[in-house]
Design a protein around this ligand. Sequence first.
Ligand SMILES: NC(=O)c1ccc[n+]([C@@H]2O[C@H](COP(=O)([O-])OP(=O)(O)OC[C@H]3O[C@@H](n4cnc5c(N)ncnc54)[C@H](OP(=O)(O)O)[C@@H]3O)[C@@H](O)[C@H]2O)c1
Length: 232
Amino acid sequence: MKIDGQTALVTGANRGLGRHIAEQLRDRGAKVYAGARNPQSVDLEGVTPIALDITDPASVATAADATGDVSILINNAGSSTGASLLTGDLADIHLELDTHFFGTLSVIRAFAPQLGAHDSSAVLNILSVLSWISFPQSGAYCAAKSASWSLTNALRQELAPRGTRVSALHVGYMDTDMVRHVDAPKSGPAGIARIALDGIEAGSYEIVADETAKAVLAGLSGGVAALYPQLP
Ligand SMILES: NC(=O)c1ccc[n+]([C@@H]2O[C@H](COP(=O)([O-])OP(=O)(O)OC[C@H]3O[C@@H](n4cnc5c(N)ncnc54)[C@H](OP(=O)(O)O)[C@@H]3O)[C@@H](O)[C@H]2O)c1
């Protein structure tokens, strides 16, 4: 798919990775709807801000009604509560699932008709290495990203007959607000945005965006012993 001339919607486009993706979609010639809970916080020139809280069904429906011509949907919006599954606040665990799983799902369901109205269209779900490996200190986030990967695999089969290709991007740490508190090597979000859009143009189903993601993907075939060597 060529991005030039497409109409794209990015969720969580007001900051972080989503802002870079919206900016680069614009620069590659797409018309861009920049979804944000507060559309006034969208500071990019040449895009159309649109109110969109992915956990609010009414907001999702209003955004779908306000567009109508979207051919590229980027599900980028995400939360990170740092909740442990064992000891975390259940409200935080619900928030992770409501955002990454139910939010992403409700946006795809709402936009599927307009995506399917094009001969070919694309959905990209921004996932993580944490779809594949779990850190107990943020187990709720990991569970939500895993669920979102499963959603991706089911919907890519259901939407393929309509010409909608559903992709996922997996990446380790990126230098955004979400992990500002983490002291570890991080990728620049502008570079990851470029890899994401190249992946859409190449028609890649799985976009494995950095060395961390490549290593974890390779580790899956080694099972629990390879992924969690600290276990007795
Ligand atoms: N940073 C990393 O290390 C990393 C690694 C792997 C994957 N990811 C994933 O990358 C994506 C982008 O994250 P980021 O790193 O750019 O984080 P970020 O800078 O914290 O940005 C998160 C974005 O999501 C939006 N958002 C959160 N809940 C929302 C909701 N209910 N409805 C609409 N928008 C909502 C935020 O909007 P507000 O401004 O309104 O809060 C913000 O625009 C997420 O899916 C995240 O899980 C991040």
